[in-house]
Structures are given as structure tokens and as C-alpha cells.
Design a protein around this ligand. Structure first.
Ligand SMILES: Cc1cc2nc3c(=O)[nH]c(=O)nc-3n(C[C@H](O)[C@H](O)[C@H](O)COP(=O)(O)OP(=O)(O)OC[C@H]3O[C@@H](n4cnc5c(N)ncnc54)[C@H](O)[C@@H]3O)c2cc1C
Length: 338
């Protein structure tokens, strides 16, 4: 029998840690739970939202409707001559999944080590780090549609993956729950070492010909050193996306600000480091009531203790305004605001 709870605190279920209540919430561990939960919501006319590990959600007020907390676990692998196809239940912890595959000797997920969250949320914003996005290993997923009760299969072409986006973050937001994701990993490592941080870490480890495990260890080491740990200080990782601008805009900007870190993309656009823009506007380490900007990572907003979501949003808007005034660039939030 499904245990639907009412008016329960969600703050501790998110890494930012801002308090809010869910009108109704339920933990689902399998498909039958999910069907029952959705039937309950339909019966009461409630909207639904899925919560994974809460590492990319900012709570700004109580959440009406039903929050479906995803604990659907599963791992099933199928090995062919060169590849391994692994189907993960969407409630699997992402980093545990990465660690497991690396120790099996399978390659493809190692650059994405230590990203918090569930496997089911990974396609949502097409998570990425150190030169790799989950799209590069994605094979297919299954999503349960709340309105029709149908399970539909999505291959990469259906997902419209882009930089921190997909059809699940846009058109299908809060309309489906991703229930499983299948990744294709390689038995024959194709390592990505293009990122300077990874190269420097490997050099510091005196590794010249890295293995999949070496890359994993290097990424874990860099991330542990550079990123604020949500267990110590509340945060949701990068609060904003790195803006992508046209090459003409980039040339004009570089004329005025020659040191701006910029990364030309294959399609001719240019990605600009949002953290640098924020830092140049003087926000690094700034406090705004109980929240603030991290003192080492200007792209990360933090909860110093007891921050409320509206306060964090206010800070975010102040930052957006000052970056727009100084550089003429609009910063877009990466974090999902509830
Ligand atoms: C310290 C830190 C570092 C981070 N570093 C990175 C990084 O390097 N790269 C990166 O891309 N991200 C990064 N993130 C962001 C975050 O880890 C990812 O976005 C992650 O995929 C979120 O997973 P989650 O389970 O916590 O999702 P949640 O925060 O619970 O949910 C995020 C959104 O996805 C939706 N959602 C969740 N699960 C499902 C599902 N099964 N079906 C449908 N919708 C769903 C939710 O409704 C919500 O809108 C970081 C976050 C932190 C705190």
C-alpha cells in the first residue's frame, strides 16, 4: 500500500536546503507504485512533479500537488562485441552508477564522476562536465506520461539534447517521469582528456597514458578540491548556464574585454564563462542575507544557513541585472525553481 504523506518538509531533500512543504509527497520504488501515485493525483486533480536527489532544485515556496520522490533502482547489462548496454532504473544514484561502470572496466561515464543526482535527472538537463555530456553515451530512455499513463521510449533523436537542455527540460517538464535510462559504454576506452583541469591533475599524478580509472580519479580529485560540497554548504552547483553568443557578439565583447574566457563551438557560436562575468561584476564571495555567492566559485550561489528561496532568487536577479548592465549578456538560470 502506497504511503502518501501530506505537508511534509522538502528542504532536506534538496542540496540547497531552503525550507518548503509539499502538499502531498510519495516515495516510489517501482512501476506499480508510480501507477498508484499517478492514479491518486488524477483522482484528486493534482499536478505532479518528480524529485530525484534535489541537487538542481531551488524551493521558493510550498509545493502544491503531488511530489513523486524517485527511488526506482535497477541495473541490467547486456554486453556485445565492443559495447556494453546498461539499463539503469531512474532512481539510481548517478555517481554510484559511474563508479560501478568504471570498476567494471567500461568507458564513457568517467568524466561525469561526482555529479550529484539520480540517473533519471541526467537526460533532463543533459548533464555534462570536463568535455563530456551524457548525450555522448545515451542510447534510449523510457518515460511515463502522466496524462495518458503511457510509457514511451525515446532515442537520442527524440530528446533534442543541447547544452544543459532537452525536450524533458522544456516541452515535457512536469509532464513525464523518466523511469529508466540506457547508456552505451565501450569496452575499448575512448578517453577525453581535453580539459585543462583533467590534464593538470593527470600530470600531478605522474600519469602519461591514462586509463578510464585514472580519468575518473582525476575528475573526482579536481571536483573535490574545486566545488563546494552541499553536505557542508547548501548549493545546487552552477546556478546559471554559461551564455552562448554569436561570433559577432563575441568579437565585440573581446575588443572591450580581451581576457574574457571564451570557447568557440562547432556551430560558430561562442560559449563565455558565466563565473568570470559574475566575478568581474564584484559578486564573488558577496553576501545577501543568509545566502551569497561562493568565495571560490562565483557561478555557485550558496545557503549560509536558513536562507529562503525568495532571497536566493533576489540575489540571482541582482547578479543577472549587473551582468546585463556591464556586458550586455543575459544570464539564464540552470537551476529549476519550484
Ligand atoms: C555540487 C554540485 C555540482 C554539480 N555539478 C554538475 C555538473 O558538473 N554538471 C551538471 O550538468 N550538473 C551539475 N549539477 C547539477 C545536478 O547535479 C544535476 O542537474 C543532476 O542531474 C540533478 O539530479 P537530481 O536527481 O538531483 O535532480 P533534481 O534536482 O531532483 O531534479 C532536477 C529537475 O529534474 C526533474 N527530474 C528529476 N528526476 C526526473 C525524472 N526521473 N523524470 C523527469 N524529471 C525529473 C525535476 O522535476 C527537476 O525539475 C551539480 C549540482 C551540485 C549540487
Amino acid at each position: 500500500m502506497l504511503n502518501i504523506r501530506h505537508h511534509i518538509g522538502l528542504g532536506e531533500l534538496t542540496t540547497f536546503g531552503c525550507s518548503a512543504l509539499a502538499e502531498h509527497a510519495v516515495v516510489v520504488t517501482n512501476f506499480q507504485d508510480l501507477q498508484e501515485a499517478v492514479a491518486f493525483a488524477h483522482d484528486k486533480g493534482l499536478a505532479m512533479r518528480v524529485l530525484g536527489s534535489g541537487s538542481n532544485v531551488l524551493l521558493t515556496g510550498d509545493v502544491s500537488g503531488l511530489v513523486i520522490i524517485n527511488h526506482m533502482h535497477q541495473r541490467a547489462e547486456c554486453v556485445d562485441r565492443r559495447d556494453v548496454h546498461i539499463r539503469f532504473g531512474s532512481g539510481e544514484n548517478w555517481h554510484d552508477a559511474v563508479t560501478w561502470t568504471v570498476h567494471k572496466g567500461w568507458s564513457g561515464m568517467e568524466n561525469l564522476a561526482l555529479i550529484p543526482g539520480t540517473v533519471g535527472a541526467a537526460p533532463m538537463q543533459n548533464i555534462g562536465a570536463y568535455g563530456v555530456e551524457q548525450a555522448s553515451i545515451f542510447e534510449e530512455l523510457e518515460a511515463f506520461h502522466f496524462d495518458s499513463g503511457e510509457i514511451r521510449k525515446y532515442v537520442a533523436a527524440d530528446c533534442d539534447f543541447g547544452y544543459r537542455t532537452s525536450v524533458f527540460k522544456r516541452e515535457l517538464r512536469d509532464k513525464v517521469m523518466i523511469t529508466s535510462v540506457t547508456y552505451r559504454l565501450s569496452l575499448d576506452p575512448k578517453l577525453v582528456t581535453s580539459y585543462r583541469d583533467v590534464q593538470e591533475e593527470l600530470a600531478a599524478m605522474s600519469i602519461i597514458e591514462p586509463t578510464t580509472l585514472d580519468i575518473y580519479n582525476a575528475v573526482v580529485s579536481v571536483r573535490t578540491r574545486k566545488l563546494p560540497d552541499p553536505r557542508i554548504i547548501g548549493n545546487a552547483g552552477s546556478f546559471f548556464m554559461n551564455p552562448v553568443i554569436t561570433s559577432e557578439q563575441a568579437s565585440q565583447l573581446l575588443e572591450k574585454h580581451p581576457t574574457i574566457p571564451n570557447y568557440p563551438q562547432a556551430d560558430g557560436t561562442v560559449k563565455v564563462a558565466a563565473g568570470w562575468l559574475i566575478e568581474q561584476c564584484g559578486w564573488k564571495g558577496a553576501r545577501h542575507g543568509s545566502c551569497g555567492v561562493h568565495d571560490r566559485q562565483a557561478l555557485v550561489l550558496v545557503n549560509h544557513g536558513g536562507a529562503v528561496g525568495s532571497e536566493v532568487l533576489e540575489l540571482a536577479e541582482n547578479i543577472q541585472r549587473s551582468v546585463a548592465d556591464t556586458f550586455g549578456i543575459t544570464l539564464v538560470r540552470e537551476v529549476n525553481v519550484w
